[in-house]
Design a protein around this ligand. Structure first.
Ligand SMILES: CC(C)[C@@](O)(CC(=O)O)C(=O)O
Ligand code: SF4
Length: 714
């Protein structure tokens, strides 16, 4: 057996069948479900008369839309008010989305941590908390930050809603295997430098597209010494590095005796080959903050706002100029001179107990009299109800409250602003979340990413601040390392209805005996596509830009063209159409193709709404130098072809698109030509694979493996 990486081992142990088009059908051990990415999936099941194949391996919760304010009465959908619950969900769309999940979990018989459940919380906090996440398993969720669970040596990745439906129905998923990337992190961690700083530093170093096409394994002495919370923060942001997933080999486990033999094999073999290896020396890292609108826009807190003119890459420079304008920043400004209006401590990156302790340490170090700086609104939102209770048991809430922080209920809150916790236009927020995208925390809001300790320091000072100045005053241990004092955990809450350790692929029974049907192939599938292409020049065009969060509250897939590139096409303040965006100008208002010269198109959130809105507008093909992996899969699911070409080729096509020349994408010939021009055709890179996957994908209505009939449909 050739040497294998950790990723290879888990992947190989879960292959149900290798497909001819370069995809593997993978068995899914665990499936987490939340209210935003699931309603359309359940509707699909209902329409097809299907059941959930493994309700015992599926766990659902509400997190994105839940109010984080604590009112006395809770009155979600026709329920008698109860004491001690959360505020009623006032926004009708948010309420409908949560209500849809409540209905679906009942109908399909799933384990559900609802609003009033003591175990409710952000999906990526509760999975590990409840022992649902285990080493060596495959775990998926309709959410990009599923990468978090890789901290346990699981292969965990985000998927789109159509894929959620496929997993619900079959407990399998069709995926292309990624490349292996290893990031070795060595050295002595300087004071004030936390896991968040390490991952921000890494993204700054390898870029937001640096992990494209890869699964990252984090290794090295620094990683081995990290606590589980810290590992989760690092793996969480693998998606911000453009990777499919992040993983860390497990080294300890509470259920050790149960699964020891298997878990012990979960490491990369000594001579395993990685496609990409990166070395990180942590000794030189300082606490980090972001200045722009991509997680790669990282500087040390001692640094200044960079000058876009310093970027030699044209798309990068354009993105930086746009970012600075959006962020209201001037090159050369010291980061510590930047005033903040809001502070948000929470999210699936940094909403765990250790994060709250780290932030509270800084608040304590500022002195008992110290208060949040005047004019700053600071809130702490625990990642789960259990984290909240633990923090209260340790008295952390009192530390925060005394200093003037708001102490909130568990949920996603201002990480995404789907509840009422939104950052107002023009306001600046020091945030422990993972995305500083335009409009991420609220339309027009400006986000700086940082560690919980740094966010607490910013709250106390009223500007971005160097946490080391606070820490010198205190003798608190460095956060995120296993050396932190042991803390008493509250009694474990049993998760009765969730199955025990699952041995991958064992005991698979042949599924339903239905036959593949080629009859109703969607008519959107094309073999030749001719039409107007709209050029776009932004690097890291994230799916928050393609469709902002206010359009994610729908429970259907249709009618989303109105949300497409919403913040580009409308005035953020008035909501009036701006009419100056490319897709609003003839002939591009009839575009069927997008040509992006910028890398990493569709990065970030897994929201299939991005593909649905492009589809609704009439786009059938997107051409770019690289794609966010989940977006790429979502395109296929919606019969929209993503084509990867070199940056130069994309630029060439963008020039033609700019001139209004129609492009012809021919799948059979695997080439792109310019209508009515003699210019040499551009061949698809990996043309065969691309075209075959596209045609094959939609033709393969059923996964026709003898052992396993996976079901897929549109
Ligand atoms: C559902 C959505 C708001 C999401 O959680 C989805 C995701 O990251 O895949 C996000 O953070 O953008
Ligand atoms: S990234 Fe934010 S919105 Fe998405 S799951 Fe994490 S906390 Fe929730």
């Amino acid at each position: 057996m050739p040497a294998q990486t950790l990723y290879d081992k888990i992947w190989n142990a879960h292959v149900v069948s290798a497909q001819q088009n370069g995809l593997d059908l993978i068995y899914v051990d665990r499936h987490l479900v939340h209210e935003v990415s699931s309603p359309q999936a359940f509707d699909g099941l209902r329409a097809a008369g299907r059941v959930v194949r493994r309700p015992d391996c599926t766990l659902a919760t509400v997190d994105h839309n839940v109010p984080c304010v604590n009112f006395i009465l809770h009155q979600l959908i026709e329920r008698p008010p109860r004491l001690g619950g959360k505020a009623a969900i006032k926004d009708p769309e948010s309420r409908a989305q949560c209500a849809a999940l409540e209905k679906n979990v009942k109908e399909f018989g799933l384990s559900y941590f609802g609003l009033e459940d003591k175990r409710q919380g952000i999906v990526h906090v509760i999975g590990p908390e409840q022992g649902f996440t285990l080493p060596g398993t495959t775990l998926v969720c309709g959410d990009s930050h599923t990468s978090t669970h890789g901290a346990f040596g699981a292969l965990a990745f985000g998927i789109g809603t159509s894929e959620v439906e496929h997993v619900l129905a079959t407990q399998t998923i069709l995926q292309k295997k990624s490349k292996n990337m290893r990031i070795n992190i060595e050295g002595a961690l300087p004071p004030g430098v936390t896991p968040k700083d390490i991952i921000l530093h890494i993204i700054g170093r390898i870029s937001a597209s640096g992990g494209n096409g890869c699964v990252i394994e984090y290794a090295g002495s620094v990683v081995r010494a990290l606590s589980m919370e810290a590992r989760m923060s690092v793996c969480n942001m693998s998606i911000e590095a453009g990777a499919r997933a992040g993983m860390i080999a497990p080294d300890e486990g509470e259920d050790w005796d149960k699964a020891e033999a298997y878990w012990r094999t979960l490491h990369s073999d000594v001579d395993a080959k990685f496609d990409v290896e990166v070395e990180i020396e942590v000794a030189d890292i300082a606490p980090c903050v972001t200045w722009g609108t991509s997680p790669q826009d990282v500087v040390p807190i001692t640094g200044t706002v960079p000058d876009p003119a310093g970027f030699s890459n044209l798309d990068r420079r354009r993105a930086a100029e746009r970012a600075l304008e959006y962020m209201g920043l001037v090159p050369g400004t010291s980061m510590t001179d930047i005033k903040v209006d809001n502070v948000f401590i929470g999210s699936c990156t940094n909403g765990r107990i250790e994060d709250l302790r780290a932030a509270a340490d800084v608040v304590r170090a500022a002195g008992v009299e110290a208060k949040v700086a005047p004019g700053v609104r600071a809130m702490v939102v625990p990642g789960s109800s259990r984290v909240k209770r633990q923090a209260e048991a340790e008295g952390l809430d009192a530390v925060f409250r005394r200093a003037g922080f708001e102490w909130r209920e568990a949920g996603c809150s201002m990480c995404v602003g789907m509840n009422e916790d939104q950052l107002a236009a023009g306001k600046r927020c020091a945030s422990t979340s993972n995305r500083n995208f335009e409009g991420r925390q609220g339309a027009g809001g400006r986000t700086h990413l940082m560690s919980p300790a740094m966010a607490a320091a910013a709250a106390m000072r009223g500007t971005l601040a160097d946490v080391r100045q606070f820490q010198q005053k205190s003798s608190q241990p460095t956060i995120g390392l296993d050396s932190a004092p042991p803390v008493q955990q509250p009694a474990a809450i049993p998760l009765d209805s969730v199955a025990d350790v699952i041995i991958p692929t064992a005991g698979i029974q042949p599924a339903v005996k239905e036959e593949a049907s080629l009859a109703d192939l969607p008519n959107k599938v094309f073999r030749v596509l001719k039409g107007i292409a709209a050029p776009m020049y932004i690097e890291n065009m994230d799916t928050d830009m393609i469709i902002p969060k206010q359009f994610l509250k729908t429970i259907v897939r249709t009618g989303l063209a109105c949300g497409l590139f919403y913040n580009f096409r409308n005035d953020v303040n008035t909501g009036q159409p701006a009419r100056d965006f490319i897709l609003d100008q003839p002939p591009y208002d009839k575009a069927v193709i997008i040509v992006s010269t910028g890398k990493n198109f569709g990065c970030g959130s897994s929201r299939e709404h991005a593909a649905w809105s492009l589809d609704d507008f009439g786009i059938r093909c997107v051409i770019a130098p690289s794609f966010g992996e989940i977006f790429r899969n979502n395109c296929f699911q919606n019969c929209m072809l993503p084509i990867e070409l070199s940056v130069e080729e994309c630029r060439e096509l963008a020039r033609d698109a700019e001139a209004g020349i129609e492009l012809v994408v021919d799948l059979e010939r695997e080439e792109i030509t310019r209508a009515g021009r003699e210019t040499a055709p551009i061949r698809f890179k990996n043309g065969l694979v691309q075209a075959r996957v596209f045609i094959g994908w939609v033709r393969r209505y059923w996964c026709d493996d003898a052992r396993w009939r996976g079901y897929r449909y549109f």
